[in-house]
Design a protein around this ligand. Structure first.
Ligand code: FAD
Length: 458
């Protein structure tokens, strides 16, 4: 799929659309959306019970959505911190830590399945480095590690690096230190999602593409081309959920945008580092994320694009020249050696934000309606945990996974417009403002502190 993203172009895949739904069908499970969530769910269900009939309905082609276009961080990050998870009804400190352990194990699980299924996702687990590039960021880095220790997380999980250790991994400007975790792999997301779709089919799953579901009802996914009836209906539409009838306010689509450089020569990599393909960010408020791709590019993304009125999701929102320019400038500011570098790709996509920023997975047994998502920007790993959890829920197994605190959690709906537009954009603006405030005052942002209970996250 040329033009959609670097990943789509380099997936070594012809992206030929699979057949559409034509007429009514009956299945045990119908999954709506062929991104990581839908495909992991189908994959694990079929691996556990090959006799199940599982149909996946996809409006475009498998991997068209966020799963094919993201930053390729397969991390142990979860969009709600442990304090928030522990405070959920019926949860506890121990439950919040169980969720964290499950997330850590998920990174290895993704890599293991990719290897087993012979999916060349160009993955490498080199950890994640979050730089501190100002006094305020350094204070936040220290607080983050102190807080992690308070939750019993040791240096094998998260640790501080001093400026010299940090620069040995990543030679950016103004580095005062960093936080490092080994729990992150850099991967090629489109190769993973396309390989996963093939693995689902090898195990007997049926993926119907070019088939847009209009409405989800108990026991039914309704499309213009027919209705698929099933005991369980799984919603796996994440940033696109607002387009389903009656679900406009369930998840807010917020755009994240990405740029990529040409493949960089060894002389540049000697200056930048990332020898172990660590993924990287810094501790600014407006999130940025980068990776060294297997073909030696820097793929670098961030927020900053506006939320669009009415939770609108359209191809036109994927491109925002102001944000692309700001991403390129940020990268050159971090690594001046990149000043003459050519940027070859720029793209974007919608991620899904629940009202309370707590991702969730669940199955309502009385209706057979299941869902997973609201991962904010952490869905590459979390969707795998969701897939295994949905397998257990659908098959009626009571397991460690089904007892995690995010299972069955219901975020309240977003406000109607124009309040939603005002609120989400005010939050996004506040984060940009907070970074400017810190640059000017040299102190931790008061604005960020004021809005952080609203935006949660790590
Ligand atoms: C630019 C960007 C960068 C990101 N970077 C990272 C990162 O580095 N690490 C990380 O962990 N997360 C990242 N994320 C988030 C992550 O990509 C997502 O959380 C994850 O891919 C969600 O997977 P999903 O399957 O739930 O949704 P999607 O991949 O969006 O899949 C949903 C699918 O449903 C289909 N669909 C929608 N509506 C319908 C309908 N009505 N009928 C049928 N099909 C429908 C869509 O076409 C789509 O294929 C990023 C997201 C973006 C946009």
């Amino acid at each position: 799929m040329p033009g959609l993203s670097l990943w789509h172009e380099t997936a070594d895949d012809p992206w030929v659309q699979r057949p559409r739904l034509s007429g009514d069908l009956r299945a045990d499970v119908v999954v709506v959306g062929a991104g990581f969530t839908g495909l992991w769910t189908a994959y694990y269900l079929l691996r556990e019970d090959p006799a199940l009939s599982v149909v996946v309905l996809e409006a475009e082609t498998a991997g068209f959505g966020a799963s094919g276009r993201n930053g390729g961080w397969c991390s142990a990050l979860f969009p709600a911190g442990p304090g928030k998870l522990a405070a959920l009804p019926g949860s506890s400190r121990a439950a919040a830590m169980a969720q964290h352990r499950a997330m850590r194990a998920t990174v290895d699980e993704v890599l293991a399945v990719a290897a087993e299924e012979d999916i060349d996702a160009r993955a490498h687990k080199g950890g994640m480095i979050s730089l501190a590039r100002s006094a305020s960021q350094w204070r936040r880095a220290q607080d983050e590690v102190d807080s992690a220790r308070g939750w019993g997380r040791g240096p094998d999980d998260l640790r501080l690096l001093d400026a010299e250790e940090a620069c040995a991994r990543l030679g950016a400007t103004r580095v005062r230190g960093a936080v490092f975790t080994p729990d992150c792999a850099a991967l090629h997301p489109a190769r993973l999602v396309r390989g996963l779709a093939r693995a689902v089919e090898r195990r007997g799953g049926r993926i119907l593409e070019g088939t847009r579901v209009r409405r989800l009802l108990p026991g039914r996914a309704v499309t213009d081309a027919g209705t698929v009836r099933a005991d369980v209906v799984v919603r796996a539409t994440e940033g696109y959920t607002s387009s389903l009838e009656g679900m406009r306010r369930d998840v807010a689509p917020v755009y994240s945008l990405v740029v990529a450089t040409e493949p960089l020569p060894d002389s540049v990599w000697e200056r930048i580092g990332l020898r172990d393909r660590e993924t990287f960010t810094d501790a600014r408020h407006l999130i940025i994320y980068g990776q060294r791709s297997a073909d030696d590019r820097i793929v670098f993304g961030g927020r900053g694009a506006p939320y669009h009125f009415g939770s609108s999701v359209r191809p036109g929102h994927d491109r925002e020249d102001r944000v692309f320019a700001s991403l390129r400038a940020t990268l050159v500011d971090m690594f001046p050696v990149l000043a003459p570098t050519r940027f070859t790709h720029a793209w974007g996509g919608a991620l899904g934000i629940p009202r309370d920023w707590v991702a969730s997975v669940g199955l309502d047994r009385s209706t057979g309606m299941a869902w997973a998502g609201g991962y904010v920007g952490d869905g590459v790993g979390t969707s795998n945990l969701a897939g295994r959890t949905l397998r257990d829920l659908v098959l009626g197994h009571d397991t460690e996974l089904t007892r995690l605190p995010w299972v069955g959690h219901r975020s309240r709906r977003w406000e109607p417009e124009p309040l939603r537009w005002l609120g989400v954009n005010a939050g996004l603006r506040a984060m940009t403002f907070a970074d400017g405030e810190e640059r000017l005052t040299g102190r931790p942002s008061l604005v960020a502190r004021a809005v952080s209970p609203l935006v949660g996250g790590h």
